[in-house]
Write a protein that binds this ligand. Structure first.
Ligand code: UGA
Length: 449
């Protein structure tokens, strides 16, 4: 939305949320206090806030004034009730639609931006009431519901929005579709704006994420095979990625995919397939999640095995808690599962992340800093400075590929570690020539040493 305000000075963009603290943070004078960290975001907010970009809790007023409303709420996996564990919880979409139905005036275009199961537009339309024939009657509320899913990735959000591979608009109301197309076309070439029916648009969003996640699970499954056979995962990626039909993107092996979307969207896809009695399709996609869980589990197990079956009382420095670099988001981060496993096995962890705060780690692990795990006596504490925490440690585990970690003086740090010492590099960020100089045990994903 902020990027729309940047490119369309004649359009007022108002972002509303009932969470006062969040809105206060978005309005904060100090731009480092914005609720999310995203490269380039501060600049966009600085340029437009107060001009044509507003953050507000006045939801009713904003709905009344709006010609176009983007529903961009969370659609987490349901934890209770029908479809629990798989289906997306649409309660926020539904309550947003109810607010729009109550407070909107005249004709309103409602854009489904949240990732939703196929046919959610139908639900929104039903809540709003289809009163299209009264479109020109004064004071009558009328609506057009269209879909325009978001394909940005965290960490590169502004770049992705500025220069997307494509934009999707799904809907049957040509006027509404063209109005949104006109907005996007201010900075995106029209051949990248794809028009589809509303269901194709909703489904394409789920499928794009499922295909991306599938590539990560595929390469992660092969990383294990490389470790067993002596093949090198990077050579394999290069060899297969050079085939233009396969392509080289999204083939970096790692500790498993995280983030708020891949797992949720695949679970949703699986639920949808089962709903339509397509069991084979459902279990095919479920395997992508199975491999992802297995990868995390496999990494914690192999770390424990390298210490001859016990990490009890071992001091381990964890580098990275965010699910990937350039974000402070920790949702579904592979670091959660791996660090929990190690704590449960008695390890004393020092966790570092350049952007994730101590409180956030505490929330994700559900274990307070310094608190001892009752059964294993494992614990964790926050390591703000890597060098200070490297004295006498037994292992370093790289879990997020932060650029900051590339600048680490590995020779210096590894010399302070207690022998036998290990570095586990699940993102393959340390260059081969540096590793060769280190007098240390080194494990890298997808390679044998
Ligand atoms: C993903 C999609 O890439 C976006 O297109 C989509 O809009 C977004 O979900 C969404 O639905 O909101 P995001 O979750 O921000 O974006 O992050 P990705 O860059 O896709 O990475 C997801 C996970 O896969 C990360 O944990 C990352 O480390 C991992 N990954 C990615 C790998 O392990 N290897 C790769 O080669 C690529």
């Amino acid at each position: 939305m902020a990027v729309i305000s940047d490119h369309c000075p004649d359009i007022d963009v108002t972002l509303v949320d009932k969470d006062k603290i969040k809105i206060e943070a978005w309005n904060s004078e100090d731009l480092s206090k914005l609720p999310i960290f995203e490269p380039g975001l501060k600049g966009v907010v600085r340029r437009n806030r107060g001009k044509n970009l507003f953050f507000s809790c006045e939801i009713e007023e904003a709905i009344k004034e709006a010609d176009m409303i983007f529903i961009s709420v969370n659609t987490p996996t349901k934890i209770k009730g029908l479809g629990a564990g798989y289906a997306s919880d649409l309660k926020w979409v539904e309550s947003s639609a109810r607010l729009v139905a109550e407070y909107s005036e005249g004709h309103t275009i409602v854009v489904e931006k949240s990732t939703v199961p196929v046919r959610t537009a139908e639900l929104i339309q039903e809540i709003l009431g289809n009163t299209k024939k009264e479109i020109h009657t004064k004071n009558k509320k009328t609506y057009s519901v269209i879909s325009s899913p978001e394909f940005l990735a965290e960490g590169t959000a502004i770049k992705d929005l500025e220069n997307p591979d494509r934009v999707l608009i799904g809907g049957s109301d040509k006027i509404a579709v063209n109005l949104l197309k006109e907005i996007y076309s201010r900075w995106i070439s029209t051949d990248k704006i794809l028009l589809t029916n509303v269901w194709s648009s909703e489904l394409s969003k789920l499928i794009a994420n499922a295909f991306l996640a599938q590539r990560v699970s595929s390469i992660n499954s092969i990383s294990a095979l490389c470790e067993s056979t002596g093949a090198d995962i990077h050579e394999v990626v290069k060899a297969i990625g050079s085939d233009k039909r396969i392509g080289e993107k999204f083939l970096s092996p790692g500790p498993g995919f995280g983030g708020s979307c891949f797992k949720k969207d695949i679970l949703n896809l699986v639920y949808l397939c089962r709903h339509y009695k397509l069991e084979e399709t459902a279990s095919y996609w479920e395997q992508v999640l199975f491999i992802n869980d297995w990868q995390k589990q496999r990494i914690s197990s192999l770390i424990i095995e390298k210490f001859f079956g016990t990490v009890s009382n071992k001091k381990i420095l964890i580098l990275g808690f965010a699910f990937k670099c350039n974000t402070n988001d920790t949702r579904e981060s592979p670091s959660i599962r791996i660090t929990k496993d190690l704590i449960e096995n008695g390890a004393k962890l020092f966790i570092n992340d350049p952007k994730v705060k101590k409180k956030q780690i505490e929330k994700e692990l559900n274990i307070k800093e310094f608190e001892l795990d009752e059964l294993s006596l494992g614990s964790w504490s926050f390591a703000s400075n890597i060098e200070n925490y490297s004295e006498d440690i037994d292992a370093i585990i790289i879990l997020t590929e932060w650029p900051e970690y590339l600048a680490i003086n590995w020779e210096k740090i590894s010399s302070k570690m207690r022998r036998p010492a290990w570095i586990f590099d699940t993102r393959n960020i340390i260059a081969e020539k540096i590793v060769n100089k280190l007098d240390i045990n080194y494990w890298q994903i997808g390679k044998t040493r």
